[in-house]
Design a protein around this ligand. Structure first.
Ligand code: COA
Length: 161
């Protein structure tokens, strides 16, 4: 397994990690289904540390940083592990890598991540890594239902799990 910087030649594989409208809403709420390389290219201009997780030569995970406001905080965003590769520990390793990047390279005091209320795997993953909720924002999902976006944070001084 390798976690490395993403490049344009990875974009097709990254887009294919997000095949459904529901998952696109989890991963990139402003994205339009179907997710495309063109959308990812535009998104990439506003993000830092575009990162892929590669196993057996295949891109199976993706994440990045946004709203980097060093030395205060940064968000981890667009987190996804491919459907057939979930539940094998890749998500935890990817988030650990992004946390280390934020604290070590950008020297922020706090790492943040936002997750929708019905996304149990992501909520439990972040909670198990010592992220704590600090705010809830109302959003509307693609079907028009009201949902809660839970903002979570991990401070540099927190005892990390
Ligand atoms: C969220 C996501 C990245 C997790 O990746 P993953 O590789 O499956 O996660 P891991 O195997 O590393 O699991 C780590 C922890 O996540 C939680 N978790 C993972 N899958 C879970 C599930 N099906 N149900 C409940 N908790 C789950 C558990 O706390 C787990 O720890 P444990 O195995 O010690 O119990 C992945 O499910 C995904 O890509 N989902 C779709 C996109 C998405 O929702 N992205 C997040 C946007 S905020």
């Amino acid at each position: 397994m390798e976690i490395r910087e993403a490049n344009e030649s990875d974009f097709e594989a990254v887009v294919s990690l997000v095949p459904t409208q529901d998952e696109l809403f989890y991963v990139y709420p402003k994205g339009l289904h179907p997710f495309t390389v063109d959308q990812l290219r535009v998104l990439a201009e506003t993000r830092k540390e575009l990162t892929v997780l590669v196993e057996g030569g295949e891109v199976i995970g993706f994440a990045n940083l946004y709203n980097v406001e060093a030395p205060k905080s940064t968000f981890i965003g667009n987190v996804v592990v491919g459907g057939t590769e979930r539940g094998k520990g890749y998500g935890r390793r990817l988030i650990s890598h992004m946390i280390a990047k934020a604290f070590d390279k950008y020297a922020v005091d706090e790492v943040r991540i936002s997750v929708f209320n019905d996304n149990t795997p992501a909520l439990l993953l972040y909670a198990s890594m010592s992220f704590e909720p600090y705010a809830i924002e109302e959003r509307t999902d693609p079907s028009g239902s009201r949902v809660a976006l839970i903002h979570m944070s991990l401070s540099r001084n927190a005892k990390r799990a």
